[in-house]
Design a protein around this ligand. Sequence first.
Ligand code: SAH
Length: 424
Amino acid sequence: MKTLYLHKGKDESLKRYHPWVFSGAVHHMEGNPQEGDLVRVVNNEGSFIAVGHWQIGSIAVRVLSFEDRPIDHDFWVEKLQSAYNVRKLIGVMEGGNDTYRLVHGEGDNLPGLVVDMYGKTAVMQAHSVGMHVDRMKIAEALKEVMGEKLENIYYKSETTLPFKADLGQENGFIIHNSQFTIHNNPPSDVDNIAVENGLKFHIDWLKGQKTGFFVDQRDNRSLVEHYSNGRKVLNMFCYTGGFSVYALRGGAQLVHSVDSSQKAVDLVNANVELNFPGDARHKAFAEDAFKFLDSVPNYELQVTKEQANKTPNSELGTPNFYDLVILDPPAFAKHRDAVRHAIKGYTKLNARAMEKMPQGSILFTFSCSQAISKDQFRMAVFTAATLAKKKVRILHQLHQPADHPINIYHPEGEYLKGLVVYVE
Ligand code: SAH
C-alpha cells in the first residue's frame, strides 16, 4: 500500500481519532498514489497512524481505520453491520417507518459515505473519491449485511463528488431486484414511495436533492405535528412538504407551503394528495421566501389599526395570520468564509417571520449549515427577536436524529440545529 508521511507533530489530532488528515500536515508520499487510493498514514518516523482514502484537496485523507488492518470485504461488512445494529438499537425502522439513514459518514466511521434506506431500496452517495472507487465492494457488503431487507441500490453521486476528479460517474441502479446491474434509469417496477411514521412520500431518485428526501427532519416533523392542532401553519422552504403533511395530520386549520422551486411545489402537492386527497386546507406557492413574507402584513401594524381579523390577506387566500411558522432554509454557509454573511441571512429571515407572527405563535427555525455553530445560530435568532421587538422563549432545542449520529471525535458532524420558540 502507498504511504503518506506526516510532518513532525502533525499526528496530534489523529491520536485523538479525528478522522481527517489535512493537506498541510502531509510531508511527502511514497508510491505515487492516485486519487481515491488507500494509503497508510505514518508519522515522521514511519510509525503507523491510520489507513484511509487519499484525495486531492484540503482534506487529504479520510480515515477508515486507526488499526493496521486490510480494507477488504470483511472490513466493509463489519462497518456496515455496526451501522445497521445501531439503527436497530434506535428502533428507527419500527412503527410505520421504513425511511432512515443507514450510514452517516464520519458518524458511522465511514467518512465520505452516505446511505439512506427507503423501504427495500438503498440510495448510496459518495462524497469522496475513495468511496466512489470502492462503491461496488461496498454494494456487495451492504447486500450481505441487509439480506432480504435490501432489493435495490441506487448510486447517486453525480453532484457530490469533486468535479475536477472527472470520474465520469453517472447516477443509476447498481443492484436491482437483488441482482447487480448497469441500469442508469430507475426501472419502473421499483417502488418509490417512502413511508415515514406512517405518512407516504414520493422519492425522486433521479432529480431530488440529497438522496431524494430530507430524512434528517423526521423527529422534528413529529414535533410540528404535535403543535399543529387548530393552527395556521406556514411551511417555508418546504421542498417535499414533509412538515406540511405532518401538520395536516396534526389537525392544522390551514397549511401553506412555500418554495422558490416550482418542482418542489409540484412535489408537495403530490405528497399532500398521496396522504390527504382533496384536502382543501393545503395550498402551495412557488415564491421566494422573503417576497412571500413581505406580502404578509406585519401583525402589530394590523392590530393597531384594529384590522387583524378584518383584513384577509386575500391575495394569498390567507384569512388570518400564521401562528405556526417553519423556517428550514438551505445551508446559508457552505464554507467557513461565508459564516458572517450567513448569520446576517438567518437574522433577517427570522426577524421578518417574527414580525408577522401574532401573540402565542410558535416558530420552528433551523440551520443546516455545518459551519454555523449552535451558539451562532441562537445568537442570530436572539438578534432577530430584538429586531422584531418580540418577547421570545425557547421551548425546544432541536438537532439531527439518532440515525445521523455524531462521532465524538468529529464535532463538525453536528450540522443540523433548530429552535422552537414561543413568540409572545
Ligand atoms: N424543509 C425541507 C427541506 C428544505 S431544503 C424538508 O423538510 O424536506 C431547502 C429548500 O429551499 C429547497 O427546496 C429550495 O428550493 C428552497 N429555497 C431555496 N432558496 C429559496 C428562497 N429564496 N425562497 C424560497 N425557497 C427557497
